[in-house]
Design a protein around this ligand. Sequence first.
Ligand code: FEO
Length: 387
Amino acid sequence: MSTIDKTKDIYYIGVDDTDIDLFESQYVVPNGIAYNSYLIMDDKTALMDTVDIRGQEQWEKNLNEALSGRKLDYLIVSHLEPDHAGSIMTVLNKFPQAKVVANAKTFAMFPQFFGIDIDDRKIEVKEGDTLSLGGHTLQFFMAPMVHWPEVMVTYEQTDKVLFSADGFGKFGALSNDEDWACEARRYYFNICGKYGAPVSALLKKADALDIQVICPLHGPILSDNLDYYIGLYKTWSSYTPENEGVLVAYASIHGNTAKAAQKLGEILTAKGAKKVVVSDLAREDMAEVIEDAFRYDKMVVAAASYDGGVFPCMESFLAHLKSKAYQKRTVAVVENGSWAPSAARTMKGFLEAMKDVKIVEPTVTIKSVMKEGDVAQLEALADALLA
Ligand code: FEO
């Protein structure tokens, strides 16, 4: 077992989960997910988080191998969500002398998950506190709501490593070598999207540190070109569009609204839109469409009317965007209805409740099937959106 890049004494002991059907019971992860965990071997030994119980068996083997017969002195808990804390009891039982290092919020929540009192084993830390392991010193920074209230990150001062909790994580097992940004962006907006302000606050703290390596709890260890990753996180957490482009998200029952959405996509491309993505909300991964909504500066929502409102997958999409604090974007609306169109009114109800979302007119209403006059309206809408 070798140490991680640019460090000495720090070992990766995490595991890949390539069998999971849905991460957090909601996100498809075609390339799996990694539960990361790290061990620092110094005068004192320190374990940086555990793993989901699904990966416990392999992780225990990794831990034993890295410890090479030594005992564990500290377990640092940065996040109590079960994908990281799921194997804590194993550590507590196996290493009765090990102390648990965490903050007050973590210790307050601890009995909820584990039903035990660890008062005699806890070391409570607060913002800026340090813990010496010998050659390595750990410094703790609170990161509330990046992704849960008890989250903290740890900066290792000797090798300049930031253990960033869920921050800078991505979907995808480490055995799968793939582009970072695509699955990191889908992960970020769906899991941390609501918490832009806390993420920005954490990035400000990180700006004051000399960081050479980022060790997240999911996804690859980052040790090169850190400005790129930190720059993307600054863009995402400030809700600034990453790229110019238009997402056309549609909800169609029998295919007529789909035809209008695809036609609008062609019109937008012909009129010079830098990028156009047309997505079927009934069939595509909702998390992927949410990612695109945040990625681009403009969006069109096109949907059939349904039960006096809007077709359910569009309602679900807009509810998701609202809960993820979708904002600072320009949006256009297309509806379809055969007798009493209600989709536009319903969609605008969601959009008008969002911060800094500009709705451009004309709103296009198609009656059942797109006709020539509708195409003219779609042309006008495209002109207004791209103006
Ligand atoms: Fe990866 Fe919020 O747990």
